[in-house]
Write a protein that binds this ligand. Sequence first.
Ligand code: AMP
Length: 299
Amino acid sequence: MITVRTKGDLRGVLRDRRGGTVGLVPTMGALHEGHLSLLRRAREECDTVVVSVFVNPAQFRPGEDLSTYPRDEERDTRLAEDEGADVLYAPTAEEVYPPGFATMVEVGGLTEVLEGDPAHRGPEHFRGVTTVVAKLLITVGPDVAYFGQKDAQQALVVERLVRDLDIPVRIATLPTVRDPDGLALSSRNAHLAPQDRERALALRRALAAGEQAVAEGELTAPQVLSRAASVLHSAGVEPEYLELRSARDLAPADRVNGATLLAVAARVGRTRLIDNTVLRAPEPTDRPAPAAAREEHAR
Ligand code: AMP
């Protein structure tokens, strides 16, 4: 694996490869099994695998955790190499945003709710994400770019970005990887004190309570949300948001109907965590059997 720090070197390395497909895994580093699952899939599917590690200042608001975001490039290098990545792109902020930088890429609509609600991270967060992702896609020109369902809204926003700007790349969104106790892996989990880590499990449990409500036929938003909210409440976790939305376009959902996203964000101690699950109404089991089967049964 080769580490490069400039767009020029990255382009050079990719130009020198002997053809084939390219997979890109964009990350902010502090790699964990969630990131590695993306890298593994990229390794299976593509001839050349590029992983980027860049803690993108443009997606942090003033006062957010940019300065304390976990960074460990040596460890990231080892882990990416062990997964068979070919290129690690670790630019400086000046390389990505040189003096005079003045162009931001903004996806409308989808970025104004959930994480993008001004009461939470705000649309500027996604403006930072889509700007850096667009730059990476332009520089690397991958066939496939890999994202995690853990950041479901981000994956939808990136899909819209590439569709609207005619960027010829497939966006692959892979399942959330969790610790055995259910906590969604996140680089920010490193900041959880032991008692907070225990409380953080309430996020996954709340989502599971929503899943259970649906399994029991409670499909309306008030039913699903109150079951999930009561789990958070019992754990003393106050959600920033707990919402039911279409998993396709994030439109508010008044009931589980088709793929429906139950999304939660909450601060546990000083650490802000997000998680989600996709709910689907159960198939009705009491449908009349097909005519042929009924006849068979009658005989
Ligand atoms: P980050 O480094 O947090 O910006 O994440 C880089 C990529 O890894 C994003 O596409 C995330 O959605 C994805 N990712 C982060 N955590 C997980 C996880 N627990 N499971 C699967 N993918 C993840």
